[in-house]
Design a protein around this ligand. Structure first.
Ligand code: ASP
Length: 307
């Protein structure tokens, strides 16, 4: 049977229902629907899961509403430092970049690292060099700047100075990602993020860490995470879901739920994951108020949801 599945996310714990307006909600839903369609178009034509996840994540990076690429959050020093990764479930080939500023689509730089070098992760000038060699587009400060992200930084810094806890995930969180199973049965995952608002300069989250925020292996599943990156790294979120399937015989749904609702939730790891297995089953668990997400399977109507 030829079938395909695709799921995307635009971050978890994001907008509190109490502060959402119908206009904002419509804009988020439209952005998700466009990104889902970008990936589904690839799969529908018989394209590869890897191409589909890069297409969807690139579309989300281009959308200023989401915290990745254009619209990335600011560090405590007022800069933007982006992380991204891709992984191919066929052979566990992977590419990642961390802390970069300049390329409009960090996910495409991650793919270039995978395809054009012998390495998995590049940072700094080396990563930018690969992006240039691959002919990828760059943006300037004005391209990446968004007023709401800047305002969120000012608010977070003011709260820090006043010794108050910033418990509004809308200010802290965000990331975009995609997982897919293509008609040939291959899996892939991609994740891209600006990280967390007011993060320390140089801080790297889980998104580019293979096995934490991004993972894909045809033998088990493809996973992309969003949430409190330090906890996703320490609990090895993506690889743990795959390990539960591989060693404990759990279904994708059981394994993903356990990691998100127990391992992460019990250790202050707010967030969620999107995941797909070799049969095309999807799981999208999250342990916070919402996760921008959308999914589609061959022959079915697309689903777009926030809460
Ligand atoms: N996981 C991302 C990070 O820690 C942020 C997020 O998904 O909200 O960098």
């Amino acid at each position: 049977m030829t079938t395909y599945s695709l799921a995307i996310h635009g971050g978890a714990g994001t907008i509190l229902r109490s502060t959402m307006t119908p206009e904002r909600e419509a804009a988020y839903r439209a952005g998700l629907a466009r990104a889902l369609e970008a990936g589904e178009a690839v799969l529908r034509d018989g394209g590869a899961a890897l191409d589909a996840v890069v297409a969807s994540v690139s579309a989300l990076e281009d959308e200023p509403l989401f915290n990745a690429g254009r619209g990335a959050v600011f560090t405590s020093a007022g800069a933007q430092e982006m992380d991204a990764a891709v992984m191919d479930g066929r052979d566990r080939n992977a590419g990642a970049v961390a802390g970069i500023f300049g390329p409009k689509n960090p996910v495409q730089v991650a793919r270039a690292v995978m395809e054009r070098t012998d390495h998995v992760m590049l940072i700094g000038l080396g990563a930018l060099e690969i992006a240039r060699a691959a002919g990828l587009p760059f943006g300037d400060k004005a391209y990446f700047f968004t007023q709401p992200r800047w305002d969120a930084l000012q608010k977070t810094l003011a709260m820090r100075a006043a010794g108050e806890d910033d418990d509004d995930p809308a200010r802290r969180h965000g990331t975009v990602g995609a997982v897919a199973r293509d008609m040939s049965g291959n899996l892939a995952a991609a994740t891209s993020t600006g990280g967390m608002t007011a993060k320390a300069p140089g801080r790297v989250g889980d998104s580019p860490v293979i096995g934490a925020g991004t993972f894909a292996d045809n033998a088990t599943c493809a996973v992309s995470g969003t949430g409190h990156g330090e906890i996703f790294i320490r609990w090895n979120a993506g690889a743990e879901i795959a390990a539960r399937m591989r060693h404990a015989g759990q279904s994708l749904e059981e394994a993903a739920r356990h990691v998100v609702m127990e391992d992460l939730a019990r250790h202050d790891g707010t967030g969620g994951v999107i995941a797909v297995d070799g049969a095309g089953n999807l799981a999208l668990p999250f342990n916070c108020e919402g996760m921008y997400r959308a999914s589609v399977r061959a022959g079915e109507a697309p689903l777009v949801a926030i809460y």
